[in-house]
Write a protein that binds this ligand. Structure first.
Ligand SMILES: [Zn+2]
Length: 169
């Protein structure tokens, strides 16, 4: 079995200040089968999960990640669920190259939300129209609000067990 969950981008609503330091904090151990540009964000995911009592082991899972070309208009990334092989994250290279550091963190956290936590998309928004979850599909009506000041709340939501395991691959 094989299933690709596609995630879309709404670039026009993304307007964050870039905090460039993306390639500095690379874990010397790395992640086999994962593009080096994603290692830092995999570390962040692992650490933020542990800080919230969620047990994940990205290395043991065998999850792979690559940055390549994805067919389809505005497809920013996706998670490939494989029945017998480890899941695979794919991010669109053209899209990736337009992103700031924190936008890259958002999209990697999002895809890990699918591939590791088995979260589905969530389009909920507050009264101002701001997305309540970084698991928004990009096709809904809400606006991304992920920033240095809001990330803590978004990560709390991401790792909330109430939303985990919504996807059956
Ligand atoms: Zn998605």
């Amino acid at each position: 079995m094989h299933k690709l969950l596609k995630c879309f981008s709404i670039l026009s609503v993304l307007a964050f200040v870039a905090c460039s330091s993306s390639d500095e904090a690379v874990d010397p151990e790395g992640y086999e089968g994962v593009d080096r540009r994603l290692w830092y964000f995999f570390d962040v995911f692992q650490q933020e999960a542990e800080a919230r009592g969620v047990s994940v082991d990205l290395r043991a899972s065998g999850l792979t990640g690559r940055i390549g070309n994805i067919d389809g208009v505005n497809v920013a990334g996706g998670c490939n669920f494989h029945g017998s092989a480890p899941n695979q994250i794919i991010l669109d290279a053209t899209f990736w190259n337009t992103l700031s550091f924190i936008q890259r963190e958002l999209i990697v956290m999002h895809e890990l939300g699918h591939c590791v936590l088995y979260r589905d998309h969530r389009e909920a928004m507050d009264v101002t129209g701001r997305c309540l979850s970084i698991m928004r599909s990009g096709l809904g009506q809400c606006n991304d609000g992920y920033s240095e000041t809001t990330r803590e709340g978004y990560l709390n939501e991401l790792f909330d067990p109430a939303f985990a395991n919504e996807i059956t691959p």
